[in-house]
Design a protein around this ligand. Structure first.
Ligand SMILES: C[S@@+](CC[C@H](N)C(=O)[O-])C[C@H]1O[C@@H](n2cnc3c(N)ncnc32)[C@H](O)[C@@H]1O
Length: 230
């Protein structure tokens, strides 16, 4: 009768050998590593988070968040819940109802520190015309609140906050870099953003009847900030 004993290490000569636990090798996707602990803020249909998870072969290092409730994700986005399911299967923690302007007080997030905090295309929604003073003020307030909160959740050693943002008018009126510098952050680098670098990523309008539609990314960049060292 066959035995169920594993044949590995059954040879007495090998008895003293230690088990070697091989760590999964580090994988990079542009600025992001599978060894980074990454917080994603203001996700739409969670396709950006999933794109990273697929590139890394795991999502254990990701915490993906949305301002929306779980119910709304299902209603707003055709792939929202299937993306969430796949992320969770890969080990991602998905959190709903996370406000970027208050997230450093979130009961779980406040206990955590991250190597990368990423917010792609922050926007409060189309409440007024895009170029109007009111709309710009609201978007500025969102970015300001996000930066102040992200700063608290950032790991001091090597931590970076990434904001991907459209270039040109009216987006350059949001004063992103000045806002960051005022909060003790330093601009490290500005790099052009290409959606194709993240297979599967679908940038979403996220508001109103066209929530599930994408918008033209055009000329956009990722702004990377770190904490100012004393
Ligand atoms: C233009 S959409 C971009 C969505 C997604 N990041 C993407 O790239 O497809 C702007 C996102 O900001 C989110 N948002 C607006 N106000 C927010 C807040 N106070 N906290 C967190 N997210 C917010 C919206 O829910 C929406 O998902």
């Amino acid at each position: 009768m066959g035995t169920l004993e594993p044949t590995l290490h059954s040879d007495s000569d090998e008895e003293d050998e230690d088990f070697v636990v091989e760590e999964a090798s580090e994988k990079w996707k542009n600025h992001y590593s599978s060894n980074h602990r990454i917080l994603l803020v203001g996700e739409g249909d969670f396709s950006f988070s999933l794109s990273l998870a697929k590139a890394f072969g795991t999502a254990h290092n990701l915490v993906a968040t949305s301002l929306d409730s779980q119910e709304n994700i299902g209603k707003k986005y055709s792939n929202g819940m299937s993306n969430v399911r796949e992320l969770e299967e890969r080990g991602c923690l998905v959190l709903y109802g996370v406000d970027a302007k208050e997230m450093c007080q979130h009961f779980f997030l406040r206990t955590q520190r991250f190597d990368r905090i990423v917010y792609n295309f922050p926007h409060v929604g189309f409440l007024f015309p895009e170029t109007s003073h009111c709309q710009i003020q609201l978007n500025k307030r969102l970015v300001k609140g996000f930066l102040a909160n992200a700063k608290v959740l950032l790991r001091r050693e090597g931590g970076e906050i990434h904001v991907t943002h459209k270039e040109g008018d009216p987006y350059n009126k949001w004063d992103l870099v000045q806002k960051a510098e005022k909060r003790g952050l330093v601009l490290v680098q500005v790099v052009p953003f290409f959606k194709d670098d993240y297979p599967g990523y679908e940038n979403k309008r996220a508001h109103g009847k066209l929530s599930d539609a994408s918008f033209i990314i055009g000329d956009s960049s990722t702004y990377k900030f770190k904490l100012k060292t004393k």
